[in-house]
Every structure is written in structure tokens, then in C-alpha cells.
Design a protein around this ligand. Structure first.
Ligand code: THU
Length: 145
């Protein structure tokens, strides 16, 4: 890692601009495709290099294959250069903060920097608090060693 990269790298202990992140989630929510549930969701996360990635829910006539906002977010993360997530928030159509569903906590865990923060309905939480004893990449490494 070069000097420049080191300087740019951010972590959960830095000050997080939650207002900026929530505004990005609201903007993403406005692009949601939710004609079936009529429940729009937008998600935004701060990445270790300082960029913000976002996603919205995209439903489907075959209800079960609809995509949560977090699916779009991790795709945005990967497509725009990867990195680790350091802070996350998601909102509904009323711009209220909501909890990521269980499956999406797992999606986020895959790319979470240790100590990643989430703005939740009960305040700022870490990824370990919202997904305790998570199954993750390390479990596979240990099993296939
Ligand atoms: N939804 C998300 O996009 N993310 C979540 O974490 C919770 C649920 C979406 C899925 C569906 O399109 C709608 O909200 C209602 O469940």
C-alpha cells in the first residue's frame, strides 16, 4: 500500500458524516422499483477509500426473486472498485432509518471492515452487534486448510 492510499483509507473510528450518508440513501430510495410491496428502500455505505456506494430495492413479478437495496449496494461496491464498508444506513419511503433484513446483514458482513458501523433504529451499532457470531469467509478458510 502506497503512502497516498494509506492517507486516503478511512475506518469506523473516524468521524462519520451520517447526514451525508442518509441523504445518499434517500436519493437511492427515490429510484426504488417496488410496485408490489410499495415499500421503497434505499441504502448507502461509506467505503474505506472515502467513496459512497448505494442501492435501492428492485422487485419482480416473481415476488421471491426481488432484490433488496443492499444487493444493489454490494454490486455497486464491487463494480466501482471494491474495498471495505465502514458505515451503513438504509431508509424507507418515509426517509426513516430501518434495519437491514437478516439476509442483508450477511451480505454486508462479507465486505465489512472489522467494527463497521450501522445507523439503526436503536442507534449506532457495530456489524457484530447486529450479526453476532457471524458465519463468514474465515470459516471457509479454516475448513479448507
Ligand atoms: N427490503 C430491502 O430492500 N432491504 C431490507 O433490508 C429490508 C427489505 C425491501 C425488500 C422488498 O422489496 C421491500 O423492502 C419489502 O420487504
Amino acid at each position: 500500500m502506497g503512502k497516498k492510499d494509506k492517507k486516503a483509507r478511512r475506518g469506523p473510528s473516524d468521524d462519520i458524516d451520517w447526514d451525508e450518508l442518509r441523504a445518499a440513501a434517500v436519493e437511492a430510495m427515490q429510484r426504488a422499483y417496488a410496485p408490489y410491496s410499495r415499500y421503497k428502500v434505499g441504502a448507502a455505505a461509506l467505503v474505506s477509500d472515502g467513496r459512497i456506494v448505494t442501492g435501492c430495492n428492485v422487485e419482480n413479478a416473481s415476488y421471491g426473486v426481488g432484490l433488496c437495496a443492499e444487493c444493489g449496494l454490494v454490486s455497486d461496491l464491487q463494480m466501482s472498485g471494491g474495498g471495505e464498508l465502514i458505515a451503513f444506513v438504509c431508509v424507507n419511503g418515509h426517509e426513516e432509518t430501518i434495519m437491514p433484513c437478516g439476509r442483508c446483514r450477511q451480505l454486508l458482513y462479507e465486505f465489512a471492515m472489522p467494527g463497521m458501523l450501522l445507523e439503526t433504529v436503536s442507534g449506532i451499532r457495530t456489524i457484530d452487534e447486529v450479526l453476532p457470531d457471524a458465519f463468514g469467509p474465515k470459516d471457509l478458510e479454516e475448513a479448507t486448510r
